[in-house]
Design a protein around this ligand. Sequence first.
Ligand code: PXL
Length: 266
Amino acid sequence: MRATPPRCVLTIAGSDSGGGAGVQADARTIHALGGFAGMAITAITAQNTRGVTAWRPVAPALIAQQIEAVMSDLPVAAIKTGLLPGAAAVRTIARTLARFPRLPLVVDPVMGATRGTRFLDTRGVQALARGLLPRATLVTPNWPEAEALADRRLRSLAEAEAAAVGLMEKFGCAVLLKGGHAPRENVVRDCLVTTDGRVRWLTSRRIVTRNTHGTGCVLSAAIATRLAHGDEMESAVETARAFLQSSLRENRRTPWGGAGPAFSGW
Ligand code: PXL
């Protein structure tokens, strides 16, 4: 018996048929960290560890109806967004979430798949910047996504840090710029800028697996779950990074690799 019920977390994200990313990775992560996952599916992808073979967006009105169904019933304590399939979907989601201004919102600004498929075009990125990021508690761009949001190339850690600070000032939310896509070295350097202006570099050893798609999904879902439990931003990010690293290490033993927690008991 638990003394307290699990905290509900709503993930607004795409479905990955291979289970590596999207709502499938989010749900495993949320459950592993003591949460309960509600899910609003934004797109359906046909994919496996080798890549995306087809995908279709879910109509914005149906995305909004899923969000409303969850929010009108479950006691949601934090929200995360992942794959958003275009400007219209972003605008509808921003409008729907405006009714819940106090809930922590983690935005993973997914623009494409690790292996190339593009999900969000330039208009979608603009809609994200106008509608959703000003409402976010935290945005978690990888290096290329930060370049798109800041509208400039990032060629050094100093430029990355300046861009992360600039995004925090522009949108008024915390920024976690993830270094997994940054110039290759055997450490991963993430830059966290909180809304008090504090900058912290978080480093960890790079963990190589056969297939690391879904790392961003796991990280943002883990942060949202920790925020749902009442953690401060810095501590939520540290716990989520440690969780992702242990999941990656664990998944080196599966034949297919992968980012999220494999399954309980593995
Ligand atoms: O990792 C980005 C991502 C998010 N969500 C879904 C995806 C992917 C990448 O493939 O398929 C559903």
